[in-house]
Design a protein around this ligand. Sequence first.
Ligand code: ATP
Ligand code: MG
Length: 427
Amino acid sequence: MSAPRTPTSALGPGMAGREVTLLGWAHEIRDLGGLLFLVVRDREGTAQVTLVKAKAPPDLFASARAIPRESVLRVTGTVKAEAKAPRGVEVLPTRIEVVSPAMSPLPMDPTEKVPAELDTRLNNRFMDLRRPAAQALFRLKSEVADAIRSTLRSRGFIEIQTPKILAAATEGGASLFPISYFDREAFLAQSPQLYKQMMMAAGLDRVYEIGPIFRAEEHDTHKHLNEVTSIDIEASHMDHNDVMALLEEVVVAAYRRVAESPLLPPVGVQVKVPETPFRRIPYDEAIRLAGDIRWGDDLDTRAEKAIGEKVGHLYFITDWPTDIKPYYVMPHPDNPRLSRAFDLMHPKMELSSGAQRIHDPQLLTQRIKSKGLAPESFEFYLKAFRYGMPPHAGWGLGLERLVMTMLGVENIREVVLFPRDRQRLVP
Ligand code: ATP
Ligand code: MG
């Protein structure tokens, strides 16, 4: 049996005199002639291993000096208090084993002493992710997902998994990835929309899914990828206002979790928990704030920025023209040109779209036709509306957009392990 592992985070002056085994990477080797500092890095941080030539066994000193950087090590030694070292201790080794050597030169420098271009980093993502700052980012992303999951579960939501290989488009033909499915054509799911709505007919009542969505977006921007993670919810007997309030709650829970996380300080950004309720801005007012948008047009990036600068914090755009939103959004009963659709906006970009949905099958069929789509391709979906479909509402929230805006990350690629864009399919 191997000795129990001591994470670097457990080291401290209180452990002086104890024998420990560190498992990690050779982060840095500083050879000062008679003195050698070996910095060992694990997920929790770094530790200093110190070898004094005059005192250490000669073999140990010579072999430590030759360790290639980024090799995986097992270091056994004794803890000694040392005020100048990280965590106030150093480890005096009795044994250093190279468990798995690293080739040199390295494809990039995970200590960030030599900064690398984004492309180089993404091409060598396994090594890029060894950077402590990158580790912190993905651990915070995991916290965000967990905070959202806990909030939804505490509100009675059930986690579901819907198919990602589909026969029909969810919202029309644009931005779909066709795939060959045996002798037929199929598509990668651009959203779980139709299936989560069908779960309302199934009686699951409140559902959520955290899963991939695929969008054949042609453009190359800092906020679009071709595969991202969507947090989707759908709830029966709720309207647009109910699910907007839930969205606020979920987003605030995510912000709070990150703001209070010990992982945040190493990232070096301030995260302020937004105040609720978020401002609700009807579409008519939003286009006035934006300037040159004609009524009935969608807001482009420039318009979103212009409004964002004026508002300065998270806000909703409500009461969208029915015709620029998907066929399943509920028109206002008293003014069907407008709908019960909303977007949640960060000053820099859209985070979420949602709405109360149409639950009447006749109206839904009519709306599908008016978009130039064939109701026959949606028969499996429409059928679920004919045998008792409760009124319902929901939204889809982009996990990566939430994380990047919260942490002030400029490029969405930074918050995706292996981003998929027009150029990038490997690794
Ligand atoms: P945008 O107009 O900003 O491209 P959208 O309105 O096409 O977004 P929706 O279909 O409303 O996106 O999807 C819901 C949410 O999913 C978006 O608000 C966003 O957070 C996220 N999302 C959708 N497509 C992408 C993408 N290609 N890259 C990153 N996030 C996306
Ligand atoms: Mg949208």
